[in-house]
Design a protein around this ligand. Structure first.
Ligand SMILES: [Zn+2]
Length: 237
C-alpha cells in the first residue's frame, strides 16, 4: 500500500503503533514489531517526510506492518524547521479528522500535492498550513459560502464571517446575529480575498497570503464543523 506516516507511538519495548494514511484504505493503524531495534530496516522510513510502499498483513485485531520501502522523500521539508512544523501540524489534523478504513482518494491527493508544493517552495507562511486544513474540511463537505451571505444570499456588503452559519455574512444579517449574541467576526475585503485563496488549492497564491484573520477564521470554521479539538500552528516569528 502507498502510505503517508501520520503518527508513531510506543507500545511495548520494541514495538510501535504506526498510523498511516493509505491510498487503498484511508487511515489505518498498524503494529510494527521490533521497530525500535537498531537493526530495524523499517524504522528509518516511518517518518512523515516519506511516501512509502508498505507491506501490511491484516490481523484479527490489528494490521501488521512488515516492510516499509521509501517511494518518495520530500527531502527539502526535512531541512527546514518551518516546513516540518507545517507538516506535523497538518498530519495531526489528519489524524483527528479522518476515520479508519475510509478510503478517500481526494484526501490522499490533497496530501500529496500539498507536500510537493511545500517541498519545492521558498515561500513559507502559516497560510499554507491553514489552507491545507481549509481544503481538508471542504473535501469532507464543509465548503463555506464565500460569495453570498450565508443567511440571506445577498452578494453585497459582505462584511463578516459566521462560522456556525457556514460562511460570509452581509451587514444587515451581521447586525441581527450580533443582537442575538451569536458569534460573527468582522472581515475586511483583504481577509475575504485571502479566505477565498485559502479554500483554493493554488498554493503559490496561498503562500503569499498573510492575514491572521483569514487563518483564524479557517481554524474556527474547521473546529466548529468537525466538533474536534484541533491544534494551532506554532507561529514562526
Ligand atoms: Zn445577509
Amino acid at each position: 500500500m502507498y502510505a503517508f506516516v501520520l503518527r508513531r507511538s510506543n507500545l511495548r519495548e520494541n514495538d510501535q503503533l504506526v498510523s498511516l494514511y493509505t491510498w487503498e484504505k484511508g487511515k489505518i493503524d498498524t503494529l510494527v514489531r521490533g521497530v525500535k531495534k537498531i537493526t530495524s530496516k523499517n524504522s528509518a522510513y516511518l517518518e512523515p517526510v516519506f511516501l512509502i510502499e508498505a507491506e501490511i498483513i491484516p490481523g484479527k485485531e490489528i494490521n501488521h506492518l512488515t516492510k516499509a520501502v521509501p517511494f518518495f522523500c520530500y527531502k527539502n521539508i526535512l531541512k527546514d524547521l518551518e516546513k516540518i512544523t507545517l507538516l506535523r501540524t497538518a498530519f495531526s489534523w489528519l489524524s483527528v479528522l479522518t476515520h479508519n478504513n475510509q478510503r478517500d482518494s481526494k484526501v490522499f491527493l490533497l496530501i500529496k500535492h500539498w507536500l510537493e508544493f511545500l517541498d519545492g517552495t521558498d515561500k513559507i507562511s502559516t497560510a499554507l498550513g491553514y489552507s491545507f486544513l481549509a481544503n481538508l474540511v471542504a473535501e469532507f463537505g464543509f465548503m463555506p459560502s464565500l460569495d453570498n451571505c450565508a443567511v440571506c444570499d445577498d452578494k453585497n456588503n459582505l462584511i463578516g464571517f459566521y462560522p456556525s452559519g457556514g460562511g460570509v455574512i452581509c451587514r444587515r444579517c451581521l447586525l441581527i446575529k450580533k443582537q442575538q449574541d451569536i458569534k460573527v467576526y468582522p472581515i475586511r475585503l483583504v481577509d475575504l480575498q485571502a479566505l477565498k485563496w485559502l479554500f483554493s488549492k493554488q498554493w503559490n497564491k496561498v503562500a503569499e497570503q498573510n492575514t491572521e484573520i483569514a487563518n483564524r477564521l479557517v481554524f474556527l470554521y474547521a473546529q466548529y464543523h468537525s466538533e474536534k479539538k484541533l491544534v494551532k500552528i506554532l507561529t514562526f516569528n
